[in-house]
Ligand binder design. Sequence first.
Ligand code: GUN
Length: 288
Amino acid sequence: MSATILDGKVLSQEIRAEIAKQVAAMKASGGPTPCLAAVLVGDDPASQVYVRNKEKACEKAGMGSIMHRLPADTTTDQLLDLVAQLNADASIHGILIQLPLPKQIDETRVLDAVNPLKDVDAFHPENVGRIVQGRPRFLPCTPHGIQQLLLRNRIPIAGQNVTVVGRSEIVGKPMAIMFMQRGEGGHATVTVCHSRTKDLPAVTRQADILVVAIGKAKFLTADMVKPGAVVVDVGINRTDDGLVGDVDFEAVKEVAGQITPVPGGVGPLTITMLLHNTLAAARLQSGT
Ligand code: GUN
């Protein structure tokens, strides 16, 4: 039997409508218009599309968005100057530095310079530390989107074997931490797999929920999945066959119980959670 599709696009529309309502209420009660500043350095075509989509989503939700495009040869100091300016601007509530940055830029220095109260990606060490300690200020957008996808589809998480394939700072590592926390969306028994994992298929076959975020097209094959498991595909890989995930979707959907498609799965939820964080940042900074 074929797996049920977990539709991230429809769920995103629902959550974005909820956010738009809250933004309208904030503005109607004399609060600020939440505003995101997005910074794009260089001309990576995929990043340009992502940033444009983020801008459009902000506008649709009634939020402000300001885009800063800098040339590919921007220096670390020039980017730090812009971050300082955005930190000091009270009309900007969220700051997003689109990654990856060109290689001459010291990414850690730049991300560490973002005011933690405006850090809507939750990349700042203070915000990461708060997540680890179970008292988050912001949750990182992709892991938060995945957690919401599971919760809102009433997929049990507590007590389940959740396996995360990939240990990136943006997805795998925070995802694993969020699933192991106490509270809603947590209480899972978490395993993290990576390039040094021994007998990966034997490990992934134990998973009730399998999140794959390694950036390798069609890496996860049907023999690596327990029948009936929930499979979440975070990958966006551009190949000759077009856009494909990290999961061999056609084969895995015959084994899994539920599965996210690419596109239309995790991707739209990432942007939705960015809107959520921008609204939360505006609340924090305005005390509304
Ligand atoms: N590049 C890929 N994913 C992300 C993300 O979640 N945030 C930012 N800022 N850049 C990214």
